[in-house]
Ligand binder design. Structure first.
Ligand code: AHR
Length: 493
């Protein structure tokens, strides 16, 4: 299959914000307990954080972690998770019908995030609580000293303020499944008032207001408009969420789902700009795609899980090789919109629809989807370039006419490197790619990393963690994108 990929230094899309490589840890399933935190584990440190997991998180290259939810946050009392652990209350988590022990809270999370080198992004509860509890939390976290809440933090052993910059104003507030779900008008007013108070406590705070839970919501579009009418002047980002699955068993269609993400982002950008014009504002609303992933494998299994137990094995999707290809396409799509999408979170990080899995008390390993993320986080840095791909196309079911090859070039001026990310969606044919990279001095190809498996359903498990692994190929004259493969190709100048 003949394929030509065009990109040019003179046609940039925008800077790739490092926060594009974020992830998400919710108090859900075994994400926190048995994942991030397991005091008795052989690799646990003095705070009870698993060392093997921290190593994998660092290897993945995650730059920011959203916490503590998700649906969980809409019933959360942040005060339950501070102070002496023995005194912390056990609560029913109504979001996931589980038991929450509160042994990990905001202080522990801040400490863990520091250890893995990721910026914390906290969500406040705007479901069952409101502006007061949110302004109290930001004061506890970020105010230096000399007030009841900042001194309370200091008395808990955290002398220095946490300096949490990124905050989500609730979670999926349009969803009927959400505790304290609201209409757009109700939420817009509450979010605006909460934002004012939070920024009065900490003017450096950057706030994310909730967009729709996904583009299929009946209120999608109208929700964004109304919420932004109320909050445009007070917030910095609007959120988007989207999960994909191969429920019909049609791989060709599934591999094209990034087209849905692409359209979703374009529509939300347009809505933001309509509100901007209507308000005669100079401010551009940025986007926070703070939940994205493949999620469907565990749906049936989850229905059988016992209720009200601690750390049940919920949402433990075992990812196939084809899921990794989808992850690659979704990453390319986010990069294509990096002029507006400034934060993105692969949802989630550990055990719960996650690139990293653990056995409680045992091993930790990387799922298939770990690798495209790791490659992009390490190498797709700098400026994304407009990238046009000339290649054959196919009819991808509900996603329609789709090019076989999905690709983006990213220029890293500092390291004098161009990185091309590319997925070949064809299930039968390799793509013989010629690359036309303009506006650059002569280039030397230095690397070609490939993730490919003959078995689209291959998975990594505790016993066989290396079934799907990337390999380096010799960076020769020709550039071949093997059938159904993820590719990272680097040139230097
Ligand atoms: O990530 C799992 C759940 O998906 C989150 O709690 C929620 O925000 C979304 O519906």
């Amino acid at each position: 299959m003949k394929t030509t990929i065009f990109a040019d230094r003179r046609f940039p899309i925008g800077r790739v914000d490092e926060k594009l490589y974020g992830s998400f840890v919710e108090h859900l399933g075994r994400a926190v307990y048995g994942g991030m935190y397991e005091p008795g584990h052989p690799t646990a440190d003095e705070e009870g954080f698993r060392g093997d997991v921290m190593e994998l998180v660092k290897k993945l290259g995650v730059t920011l972690v959203r916490y503590p939810g998700g649906n969980f946050v809409s019933g959360y009392n942040w005060e339950d998770g501070i102070g002496e652990k023995a005194l912390r209350p056990r609560r029913l988590d109504l979001a996931w019908s589980a038991l929450e022990t509160n042994q990990v809270g905001v202080g522990e999370f801040r400490s863990w995030a520091k250890k893995v080198g990721a910026a914390p992004m906290l969500a406040v509860n705007l479901g069952t609580r409101g502006a007061k509890e949110a302004r109290d939390l930001i004061e506890y976290c970020n105010f230096p000293r000399g007030t009841a809440l900042s001194d309370l933090r200091r008395s808990h052993g955290y002398e220095e303020p946490f300096g949490v910059k990124y905050w989500c104003l609730g979670n999926e507030m349009d969803g009927p499944w959400q505790m304290g779900a609201k209409t757009a008008g109700e939420y817009g007013r509450l979010a605006a008032e909460t934002a004012k108070l939070m920024k009065w406590v900490d003017p450096e705070a950057k706030l994310v207001v909730c967009g729709s839970s996904h583009s299929g919501m009946p209120t999608f579009g109208a929700w964004e408009e109304t919420v932004l009418e109320h909050t445009y002047d007070h917030v910095d980002y609007l959120s988007l969420h989207s999960y994909y699955g191969n429920r019909s068993g049609d791989t060709g269609e599934f591999l094209a789902c990034s087209r849905d993400m692409d359209e979703f982002i374009s529509v939300v950008e347009a809505i933001c700009d309509v509100v901007k014009q209507r308000k005669h504002s100079d401010k551009t609303m940025y986007l926070s795609f703070d939940e994205w992933n493949v999620w469907f494998h565990s749906n049936e299994q989850d229905k059988k899980i016992e209720k009200w137990i601690q750390a049940p094995p919920q949402l433990e999707d075992v990812y196939t090789f084809e899921d990794a290809l989808v992850t690659g396409c979704l990453l390319i799509t986010l990069l294509r919109h990096c002029d507006r999408v400034k934060i993105a979170c692969l949802a989630q990080l550990i055990n719960v629809i996650a690139p990293i899995m653990t056995e409680t008390g045992g091993r930790a390993w990387a799922q298939t989807i770990f690798y495209p993320f790791m490659h992009a986080a390490a190498l797709a840095r700098g400026t994304a370039l407009m990238t046009k791909v000339d290649c054959p196309r196919y009819a991808a079911g509900k996603y329609g006419d789709t090019p076989y090859v999905e690709s983006i070039a990213v220029l890293d001026e500092e390291n004098r490197r161009v990185t091309l990310l590319a997925v070949n969606r064809s299930l039968t044919e390799d793509a013989e790619a010629s690359l036309e990279l303009g506006g650059l001095p002569p280039l030397r190809k230095t690397r070609h990393i490939v993730l490919q498996s003959d078995d689209l359903k291959a998975v990594n498990t505790a016993d066989a963690p290396d079934r799907v692994l990337p390999r380096e190929t010799a960076p020769g004259e020709r550039t071949v994108l093997e059938k159904h493969s993820w590719n990272v190709i680097c040139w230097e100048y």
